[in-house]
Design a protein around this ligand. Structure first.
Ligand code: GDD
Ligand code: MN
Length: 239
């Protein structure tokens, strides 16, 4: 039997305070479950010194566990995943946020669900079962709900949370999906699910609670929202 290895892609931009905590939690959950893993940190030249924090963690946990794959400057979330994926040595890949909104405690649940259905993709969902959001203001809730709602109606994707980014992929599936995606920013998450359905991949779901970040700020701004709407319309017109 092939031994599974899980590569976690952590994109970071100004996550100096969060990175040590999420890494500590990831190490804890993987080690407790005796699961082979690596954590790939894709830092985009954060001015707050996130990369230096990463280097400390590399020393503590070892370069086989903490893999630093930085880029010079902020090139966007979508391409950060692609960059990280190219360096992944696992046969399964987790994608999650580094700001503790996605709690590593859900990792065993993702792995279990994936195995049960041999799913190509397992998507964390805030919008079904016990899933939910904590700490967002009304505006942010409306943006997220709205984006999901409109996309559900226009594209009928067969997954309940389209904009969430806590997901587990078979590596070869992620590679195929990435190759078929055109978007670069936050809309990337949504396009990934749409493409997955298009290409006939199976999607399992795990309810997650998303907790708003404690340290630092969200990078979601007006430009990302405009980018989302453009991406959505493009997909509606072409799929
Ligand atoms: N390398 C890199 N480059 N990382 C980035 C960039 C970038 O340009 N922009 C954001 N990140 C990192 C952040 O440091 C964090 O780890 C993660 O990507 C998510 O960024 P946030 O700024 O915390 O996103 P959010 O909380 O507003 O948005 C969340 O919800 C969205 C809507 O549901 C994320 O889960 C998004 O992926 C999701 O689409
Ligand atoms: Mn966040």
């Amino acid at each position: 039997m092939v031994k599974n290895k899980y590569s976690v892609l952590l994109p970071t931009y100004n996550e100096r305070e969060n990175l040590p905590i999420i890494v500590w939690l990831l190490v804890k959950y993987f080690t407790e479950a005796e699961i082979d893993y690596e954590i790939i940190v894709i830092d985009d030249g954060s001015p707050d010194g996130t990369l230096e924090a990463g280097k400390q963690l590399e020393k503590i946990y070892g370069a086989d566990k903490i893999v630093l794959r930085p880029r010079e400057k902020k090139l966007g979330l979508g391409t950060a995943y692609i960059h990280g994926m190219k360096h992944a040595t696992g046969n399964y890949i987790f994608i999650m946020d580094a700001d503790l909104s996605h709690h590593p405690k859900f990792i065993p649940e993702f792995i279990k669900t994936q195995k049960e259905g041999n799913y190509d993709v397992v998507s964390g969902t805030r919008y079904s079962g016990d899933g939910g959001v904590n700490g967002w203001d009304l505006k942010r809730k409306i943006i997220s709900r709205g984006a999901n709602y409109v996309t559900q109606i226009l594209l009928r994707p067969g997954a309940s949370d389209l904009t969430g980014s806590f997901r587990l992929y078979k590596k070869e599936v992620l590679e195929k999906l990435v190759a078929s995606c055109v978007s670069k920013g936050y809309v990337f998450q949504m396009e990934m699910v749409i493409r997955a359905r298009q290409l006939g991949y199976t999607i399992g779901e795990v309810p997650i609670s998303f907790v708003d970040r404690v340290y630092g700020e969200s990078k979601l701004g007006g430009n990302e929202i405009i980018g989302f709407v453009k991406g959505l319309l493009y997909l509606f017109a072409t799929t």
